[in-house]
Design a protein around this ligand. Structure first.
Ligand code: AMP
Length: 480
C-alpha cells in the first residue's frame, strides 16, 4: 500500500517528485517523503499526512538536486508515526543511499537475524533496511553490483527505487507482484508505481519494468539488468480490482478497461432483474458501468461521495472506520425510492462497509438490494504489500456466501469468479503480449501464496534514520 516515484537528471527533481507523489496519494495517506541527491549530499524530508501538507510549504526548497525519489505510505501494521515514513537514507560502505519500497519481503526476519548475528546494527525494524545492510556487506566497485548481489538474497514483493551518488536505480522482484513503470519527462527518465503520475507531469509512459528487471538511470541513459532468479510471474490482481486508479495503466493494462470487463462478466455470471445499477464510489464505478452496459439496466449515480474524506478502510482506528462509511456516502432518495437496486462495490473485506451501505440504500427506499462484487471473496491476508486484516477479521474466511449475504442484509449477493477476474485483466494486455492466465497472484482469494512467508516477516516497520534533526513534531529532515 505504497506509491513510489523517481526522476533522474532534472534540475527540478524534487518539484517533479512532489507532483508525482501527489498523483499517487491514493496508494497511501499515512506519511510521505522525498530524498534528493545534489552531487555532494543527500537531502531527505519526511512527514506525516498527505503529500500537499508535507511539501506544500518550504520543504521543497530544502531538497536541491537533480535526482529524486519519493514515497507515499500506508503501513501494513503498527502506529501512524513519523518514524514509519520512507525514504530511508543511510551512509554505507557503498556510499550514501536513499531507498523507497513498495511491497513486503518474505524472508527479511531471517536475513536480519543472520546479519545481526554477524555484527550488523539495524537502525530500524523495516524489511527495507535489510536490503541496505546486504548492500553494505557486499561492497563492489559499482553500486549496481552491490544491489544485484543483495537482491539475490531477498524473496517476496518489492518494487524499489534507490538514489545513489552515481545513479537512480529501479528494481522489480522476479514475481512482479507490485507495478513499477518507466517514463520520460523532457528526456529525463521517470519512474512511478502507476502511470497516472506520468499523466500529471505530461510525461510519456514507456513501459512497465519486467519482473526481475533492474533499470539504472544515469542522466538520460537507462541501462537494463536482469536478476538471475527465474520465477513464475505473480502480478497482484487486487491492483486492478481496487488499489490502482482507473486512469492508470498497471502491468501494461488499462485499469478502467479491466474493471469494465469485470463488471460485464459479473452481469453474465450472476445477472438479476433490477431497475438500476448503482456504483459504490469510487472503487465500484467502472465495474458498475460494465455491469450496466452488459445487462442493459440503467446506471445511476445514486450514492454521492464526500471527497474530503479519505478511503474508509485506510482510517487508522476501528471506531473512525465504522463511522466513516456514513461520513463518506450519502444516497439520493429520489433515484432509489421504490427501485430494485444492484449495488456494485469492488470487494468485501470485513463486511462492515457493505452492511452499512446496504442499510443506507434500503433506508433511502430501495425495494430490493442486490449486492454484486467484481472480485472473489477475500478470505486470506496479503503478504505482499497490501494492508489486509487477519483471517479472523475477514468475513469470507468465517462465513459462507449465504452467511455473508445475511450479514450485509442484501436480498442477493454474488461475487465474480476467479476465472472471470483473471480473464478480465489478462485480456486487456497489449497485443504483443501472449495470453497468460497463470501470471497473476490471487493469494487473497485462494490462499495459494506464490512465495512462502518466513516467520516474523510481517514485523512492523519502524524506521529511525541515522542522522535526524527533528524540525517539528510532524516532520523529519535529514542530511546524509
Ligand atoms: P470492509 O468490508 O468494511 O472491511 O471494507 C471493504 C471496503 O474497503 C471495500 O469497499 C473496498 O473499497 C475497500 N478496501 C478493500 N480492500 C482494501 C484495502 N486493502 N485497503 C483499503 N481499502 C480496501
Amino acid at each position: 500500500m505504497c506509491g513510489i516515484f523517481g526522476v533522474e537528471g532534472h534540475p527540478e527533481a524534487s518539484n517533479l517528485a512532489y507532483l508525482g507523489l501527489y498523483a499517487l496519494q491514493h496508494r497511501g495517506q499515512e506519511s510521505a517523503g522525498i530524498v534528493t541527491w545534489d552531487d555532494s549530499q543527500m537531502h531527505a524530508e519526511r512527514g506525516m499526512g498527505e503529500v500537499a501538507d508535507i511539501f506544500g510549504g518550504n520543504a521543497l526548497k530544502r531538497l536541491p538536486g537533480s535526482r529524486a525519489i519519493g514515497h507515499t505510505r500506508y503501513s501494513t501494521a503498527g502506529t501512524s508515526v513519523i518514524s514509519n515514513a520512507q525514504p530511508i537514507v543511510v551512509n554505507t560502505s557503498v556510499g550514501p543511499l536513499g531507498i523507497v519500497h513498495n511491497g513486503n519481503l518474505a524472508n527479511a526476519a531471517r536475513l536480519r537475524q543472520e546479519l545481526e548475528a554477524d555484527g550488523s546494527i539495524f537502525q530500524t525494524s523495516s524489511d527495507t533496511e535489510v536490503i541496505l545492510h546486504l548492500m553494505a556487506r557486499n561492497p563492489r566497485a559499482d553500486v549496481v553490483e552491490s544491489l544485484l548481489a543483495a537482491l539475490r538474497e531477498v524473496t517476496g514483493a518489492y518494487s524499489l527505487l534507490l538514489v545513489t551518488e552515481q545513479c537512480l536505480i529501479a528494481a522489480r522482484d522476479p514475481h512482479g507482484f507490485r507495478p513499477l513503470a518507466l517514463g520520460r519527462y523532457q528526456d529525463c527518465p521517470v519512474f512511478a508505481s502507476e502511470s497516472c503520475a506520468f499523466d500529471l507531469l505530461q510525461a510519456e509512459r514507456e513501459r512497465e519494468l519486467e519482473p526481475g528487471e533492474v533499470l539504472v538511470a544515469r542522466g538520460t541513459e537507462v541501462e537494463s539488468f536482469c536478476l538471475p532468479q527465474r520465477a513464475q510471474h505473480a502480478k497482484c490482481l487486487f491492483e486492478h480490482v481496487y488499489l490502482a486508479r482507473p486512469d492508470s495503466e498497471v502491468f501494461d493494462r488499462p485499469v478502467s478497461e479491466s474493471r469494465l470487463r469485470m463488471g460485464a462478466r459479473l452481469a453474465q455470471e450472476s445477472g438479476v432483474p433490477a431497475d438500476l445499477v448503482v456504483p459504490v464510489p469510487d472503487s465500484g464505478l467502472f465495474a458498475a458501468l460494465g455491469y450496466s452496459r452488459e445487462s442493459g439496466i440503467p446506471f445511476e449515480f445514486a450514492l454521492i461521495r464526500n471527497h474530503y474524506v479519505g478511503r474508509t478502510f485506510i482510517e487508522p482506528k476501528d471506531s473512525i472506520r465504522h463511522f466513516g462509511v456514513r461520513v463518506k456516502l450519502n444516497p439520493i432518495r429520489q433515484l432509489i425510492e421504490g427501485k430494485r437496486v444492484i449495488l456494485v462495490d469492488d470487494s468485501i473485506v470485513r463486511g462492515t462497509t457493505s452492511q452499512k451501505i446496504v442499510r443506507m440504500v434500503r433506508e433511502a427506499g430501495a425495494k430490493e438490494v442486490h449486492l454484486r462484487i467484481p472480485s472473489p471473496p477475500t478470505a486470506y491476508p496479503c503478504h505482499y504489500g497490501i494492508n489486509t486484516p487477519t483471517r479472523e477479521e475477514l468475513i469470507a474466511s468465517n462465513l459462507d456466501l449465504e452467511g455473508i449475504r445475511k450479514f450485509t442484509g442484501a436480498d442477493t449477493l454474488a461475487y465474480l469468479s476467479l476465472e472471470g477476474l483473471v480473464k478480465s485483466v489478462d485480456e486487456v494486455r497489449p497485443p504483443s503480449e501472449p495470453e497468460d492466465t497463470t501470471a497473476y497472484c490471487s493469494a487473497c482469494w485462494t490462499g495459494k501464496y506464490p512465495v512462502p512467508l518466513e516467520e516474523g516477516a510481517t514485523a512492523q516497520r519502524v524506521l529511525f534514520p541515522l542522522r535526524t534533526e527533528l524540525a517539528d513534531d510532524d516532520r523529519q529532515v535529514s542530511v546524509v
